[in-house]
Design a protein. Sequence first.
Length: 344
Amino acid sequence: MSTVKVARLAGVSQATVSRVINRQPGVSPENVKAVEEAIRKLKFVPRTRRRRTKTVPEAGAGTVAVLLLDDSYAVHSTLAMLKLQGVCHALRETRTNLIFASVGSVHDLPPLLSTQQVDGVLLWGHRAPAGLQKELGDLPRVWLSSHEGEGQQGTLFGNEAVGRTAAEHLIEQGCRQLAVLNVTHHLRSHRARVEGFHLVARREEIAARTIGGEGDDPTVDQRDATALERRIDALVDRLLKLKTRVDGLFVLSDQLTAITHRTLKRKGVDLRQELTIVSAGNDEPYLLGLDPRPATIDLSPELTGQCAARKLLWTINQPDHADRVEVVVTPKLVPGDRDNVRGS
């Protein structure tokens, strides 16, 4: 008999059954009781297997899996690599093993998960595929990205703070008619940046508009460059038709800024005299060649990766206190070419 029947009778995942059998942490008392009762009813005899005697950070014998739930990491590949370097650095400190898996559906989960040889997972993507939460059961997990859906733990960029920083910078530069170009309004992280931007504008009593993101605006795939260019072209036209000319513009990511920058220049906007842009990401490949180079907001991806991995390790070893820790990485401004030039 396999653990499948035990899991079905107990109403939990196979991973949870394995954790109970191997006396590993991270399973609620209710689920432990349900599994043990199912084992008794089915007269199931689990196979013995070597157990770890120490926690992951002390023994260095643990394993963490990074599950890539979609290909969103490819849109910002440079930042993704920095974030993963941070993960690797934190796990190397504790001699913890690391595996990667591309998981488009629960059927793609690596075998090590079903045999309970993984102590925790780091999740990357916009949303979890159907059934993933059930399959992972009580396995400790931390998100590496902003996401929709289940409210699991994550290490946050502080996306609202990104928006606040953008507005504060434009106001410091003397801008008094602000706007944010909301191309990717379907992304949770970008919605938070827009909210933070308007929060500061209201506080300082500065006029601010959102261009895009209305109910009838289409959702644009960040990986479709042609669709992005068309959408940004339409939003820039809307921006330029405003009766009151905008002099400070926040674009929500460096990828979008690169396209917006070219579009504004093509439409005759002088970006050294007429409009100040602030971006977000400090994603060098997108900023190369932009003249003038806009200010951008560094999201500290390597530090974010380190914090996420350390939080996961702490959660593995402190399952009863995991929800008491929230990690937010503070963004910082990287000045652009024309900063502090206005009025000179």
